[in-house]
Design a protein around this ligand. Sequence first.
Ligand SMILES: Cc1cc2nc3c(=O)[nH]c(=O)nc-3n(C[C@H](O)[C@H](O)[C@H](O)COP(=O)(O)OP(=O)(O)OC[C@H]3O[C@@H](n4cnc5c(N)ncnc54)[C@H](O)[C@@H]3O)c2cc1C
Length: 418
Amino acid sequence: MKDLYFDSIVIGGGAAGMAAALELAASGFSCAIVEREDGLGGILTQCIHNGFGLIEFNEELTGPEFAERIEEKLAGTGITTFTGATVMEMDARSEQKTMFCYSARWGVLRLSSRAIILAMGCRERNRGNIRIPGDRPAGVYTAGLAQRLVNIEGFVPGKDIVIIGSGDIGLIMARRMSWVGCKVHAVVEILPYPSGLTRNIVQCLHDFGIPLYLSHLTTRIIGKGRVEGVEVSPIENGALQPEKAFTIPCDTVLLSVGLIPENELSRTAGVELNPMTGGPMVDSMLMTNVPGVFACGNVLHVHDLVDYVVEESRRAGAFAAGWLRGMRPGKEARIKAGANVRYTAPVRVDLQSGAKIYLRTLIVKNDAVLDMKVNNRVVKSLRKTHIQPSEMIALELSPQDLHEVLDAPDPVLEISIA
Ligand SMILES: Cc1cc2nc3c(=O)[nH]c(=O)nc-3n(C[C@H](O)[C@H](O)[C@H](O)COP(=O)(O)OP(=O)(O)OC[C@H]3O[C@@H](n4cnc5c(N)ncnc54)[C@H](O)[C@@H]3O)c2cc1C
């Protein structure tokens, strides 16, 4: 067994892990990235469509190009990468933390460090998670798995496709399956509005004439050996209308019904999770309740754009470096998700240094007003021309915004949308 020590270890070598590791190395700390796949880049490597990097690089890149741009920066930094190595266990209770990694190349690795960054990304919800009635025929895939099959393995899983859920991966796959010669008959969405980004609705559905059934529930998957169709019923005024059910024939169903942060490892290490996101609860330093363990990227909360993943992960890396130098959070206010706010990340803000906060709304609205109040006193308001649940909202609070509430007892920052 190899036994190695680093100042910091990053679990996951996607965009988040690489960005965080670069910050740690730039601050002079030794750092290792452990990645279970054979290469770095994470989910980006299978996203061969463009649309990445408009904020980070001011250019429209494909997923692999974006990953390559970041990976190139690792050269000469001294960051050690263990690819094809999976972290199976982690003990983070003491100052010196230990993890065990299994790898075909090195066997068992025992790695120790004072700081750990969780950057394990997320996984897809599947048929079991949403319990669609019907038989168990072949031909039901999650959209991300289908993407991997088509883009990396060179295998097209069917010809006549129905996509359940209008998340971004499903929308991207509607276009991708059309490009490889399949007929995409419909995207079926239970909600009255799409779950994916507007640009993907336009570019992946409208441009290809693919119908989107909003407020429709898939009530059955039909077929014994192989999928033969899906039964779909409309929802009107909140009530299912089974008498108006209709069947869409198809041989393949792709599920795009949400992503779940990958936190089994975090849970076993005693990291407290936020029931709204499935990711860790983090303080103003993006640190979990376990001292020295930080989280960023999709393992923290599912992001819409990789540019925001990178921005947040850089901050996580810089905070971890600060923590290694002895920096600790100052006086913090707990953040409360108020009216029409689904969640915020982080869940605490440092009143002296301000904060960057990402949040998701529960509503679709034009001309929305976001209010930030500390103990009922408005510290900042923001107007947004349009908001929707599929698009993350970024807020910044400066120390000036907060200085008048610095002495407030038990401060609570409530963010609400009207
Ligand atoms: C289909 C699809 C389309 C998208 N389209 C766009 C787009 O057009 N524009 C855009 O900006 N963004 C897009 N995104 C979002 C963006 O790509 C992701 O948010 C971002 O790449 C996530 O980065 P991450 O590092 O947090 O996670 P990941 O890329 O998932 O990386 C996590 C890594 O951790 C590794 N890992 C997990 N557990 C362990 C373990 N125990 N041990 C070792 N390694 C482990 C995994 O193997 C993985 O490589 C898209 C995402 C998807 C899925």
